[in-house]
Design a protein around this ligand. Structure first.
Ligand code: FAD
Length: 324
């Protein structure tokens, strides 16, 4: 199929989020022979990000620079995105199903009077037929969708579509588009980060999560050590957040973040349905719980019945030894 697809890259703190590269690979699956154009927005210094998008498979890139685009706002980014869409007139648009993607894309779809297939985890292309797979009922089932008419507009769940290998011998045109971003009705005065520095929870390949069984703020320290040796991020159940053991920004589940890492280690988490909604599609799930009847074992690939304060430090030591 030869369709021209526009991919929105997401720059945060000067760095492209990995899901931007996954979106290019996804666009290439939709359109083997068509042109993939990347669009990146920000305050300044976007050429590097634009070139990274090309190294990861885009054919060319468009940047929109404006100080009002320094931090994501739906109003500012929608103006930039609509101007680029107007110029490019793409057959399809792809973006990550991130907080920004979830906010921006319905707004764009409504302005463009287009449909939107959100939170896509897989795609099958046979001839002109593109079939999208997306989870429904909090991940308990999957539905398959096709777009019968009009533009293909999709958001993809991070960590499900493999990005193409980076190839810095690739080159393509990078152009800067002037867009007059009108005064924003909402102005970001300050961004207060509640998450710790390091690996982004929603894109992490390994997540070590703690529940009420962690028992205190300090109880999260061994989990952080395990996450560090595995190059992962720490998450939590709502039970742990409600008990003030950690910040709500770490919450995974129906009313928290949805993660699909390669490895999810649940420590002291019972496995309530609302928690499973955020992690049950992880590729490998390891559960550590004192209670052999805990529901989390029903979704776990590997279960360890034991006290997390014994098991987690031992795991960390073993992994450190493997790395020496
Ligand atoms: P508990 O259910 O109390 O489980 C603690 C577990 O730790 C137990 O299984 C226990 O055996 C084990 N344990 C205790 N000590 C140890 C030890 N030393 N070593 C090993 N294991 C130990 N929850 C979410 O997580 N995410 C959500 O997004 C979410 N959204 C919700 C939305 C709604 C509308 C509602 C009603 C609820 C929601 N919940 C959510 C809450 C959910 O129903 C559960 O209450 C919550 O997930 C329980 O957290 P928990 O597993 O940490 O705690």
């Amino acid at each position: 199929m030869s369709k021209n697809i526009l991919v929105f890259g997401e720059v945060r703190d000067g760095e492209l989020r990995n899901v931007s590269f996954e979106a290019i690979a996804f666009a290439r699956k939709i359109s083997e022979d068509g042109e993939i154009t990347a669009a990146v927005f920000g305050k300044d210094g976007l050429d590097e990000a634009a070139n990274e998008m090309i190294y990861h498979g885009a054919d060319r890139a468009v940047t929109v620079q404006d100080e009002k685009l320094e931090t994501y706002t739906s109003e500012g980014y929608a103006q930039a995105a609509l101007a680029v869409i107007d110029d490019e007139n793409p057959d399809g648009i792809v973006m990550g199903h991130t907080s920004a993607g979830k906010d921006l894309t319905p707004k764009l779809a409504s302005k463009l009077e287009s449909g939107l297939v959100s939170d896509v985890t897989d795609i099958e292309v046979t001839g002109d037929n593109v079939v999208f797979t997306r989870p429904i009922y909090s991940g308990k089932a999957f539905e398959k969708k096709i777009v019968t008419d009009g533009m293909i507009f999709a958001t993809i769940r991070p960590n499900n579509i493999a990005a193409l290998d980076r190839d810095d011998s690739r080159s393509g045109d990078v152009s800067s588009k002037d867009v007059e971003i009108k005064d924003l009705r909402t102005v970001i005065k300050e961004v207060l980060r509640k998450t710790t520095d390091g690996v982004d929870l929603s894109e992490a390949k390994v997540v070590v999560s703690g529940g009420r069984g962690v028992k205190s703020k300090e109880g999260f320290e061994p989990l952080q050590e395990l996450a560090d040796v595995l190059g992962g991020a720490v998450g939590a159940s709502r039970g742990a957040c409600d008990a003030d053991y950690c910040d709500y920004s770490l919450q995974i589940g129906q009313t928290g973040k949805v993660v699909t890492p390669d490895l999810y280690i649940a420590c002291g988490i019972s496995g309530a349905i609302q928690h499973l909604a955020g992690m049950s599609n992880s590729k490998v799930i390891v559960a550590i719980n004192k209670d052999p009847e805990a529901n989390i074992f029903n979704v776990a690939d590997y279960g360890i019945v034991g006290d997390l304060f014994d098991v987690v430090p031992k795991l960390t030591e073993e992994i450190k030894n493997l790395k020496v």
